[in-house]
Design a protein around this ligand. Sequence first.
Ligand code: FCB
Length: 428
Amino acid sequence: MKDFLWGAATSAYQIEGAVAEDGRAPSIWDTFAAEPGRVDNGDTGDQAAGHYHRWRDDIELMTELGLGAYRFSVAWPRVDPYGKGVVNTKGLDFYQRLVDALLDKGIEPWPTLYHWDLPQTLEDAGGWPERDTAARFADYAAIVHDALADRVTHWTTLNEPWCSAFLGYGTGRHAPGRQEPLASVRAAHHLLLAHGLAAARMSGSRVGITLNLTHVAPLGPADVEAARRVDGMQNRIFLDPLLRGHYPDDLPIDLGHVRDGDLKTIAAPLDFLGVNYYTPMTVTTTVRPAPTAYVGCEDVVQVDRGLPRTSIGWEIDAGGLRDLLLRLRDDYPGTDLYITENGAAFDAPVHDHDRIAYLHDHLRAVREAVAAGVPLRGYFAWSLLDNFEWSYGYAQRFGLVHVDYATQHRTVKDSGRWYRDVIRRSGR
Ligand code: FCB
């Protein structure tokens, strides 16, 4: 594929470690992971993949794989440790060095400003359900942008605000672990507002946001309404404000916290939309309502279609990616798209043929979508390295490169070599 960008992605808390070095303050993930029972096996990001010290080696690996771009996230608690808009130079310098070294190797740096590591002080002040957190984010974004915009072209404000809002404040499966459905809806809005306020401070750059979108199918004709509601609370609750300037009018939630002018801020033109895709959903209604991440959808459950799954339990269906991309082409035309994450958890240390099969099928879906006129400009595999997989800890491995956590030794997996060859052949 011509002019198509090939990359791989990581995020700060998942790989950096060094959580108490050079002035970094705790984030909500440090606090959450330290609480017994929150993360499998009691794992934390304290060491992670040791990237804060091994970043030079990791750039060598990227060169070996032939990456055109590297998507990483900037840790808010390193750069602005207490969320007060006060820069911690040592923390910022880390990303300065990283960006310079990537450019030296001809790899385009693709920073994401927020991949879930909210400074703990801001959570103590109420977190994302508080409107002021959006303004704090914009100040932090401006600090990083002012420092790096001379060398960085593409900026992503937020990674997967759905997870921050609905897993962080709804189910409590992610930090900060609160189970307050009403607060989760407010958090979603303030994350969108944070995006808009930050984007307004980043003129001259190409600015996007990454959403975790999925294809939601009804099990049968009686489930169409249930699928519509889940689609609303997963996809359209973010897509419509960003790309149409209003919330969908069929969301099963109260939006009383939305103020005049917010939607104008949120809907400022996007230069690109990042799409993270792992698995589709098939849903049906149940007679036994239960708490769910989908506020207003307590009577809806996911159906197991009996398809193969990755080791984390996510159903494998590349057709869901193709359908999602075609839907974006049709319902939200005119925005350049990048797949900013796609990949699979499998345990095999080096000979990871399941991962190759997953990537192979999903890249075929990518080619089909491009051939069908989807304005898809690039693809980032998740992930460059095995890393701290949030509440699953280190047990789930998504890397193209294996990490031995005891020694921090890296070994390129078969999938890494396979992906290198895909890139060499421009995706064919
Ligand atoms: C996404 C996250 C990423 C990683 C993958 C597997 O939801 O953005 O950090 O955990 O899932």
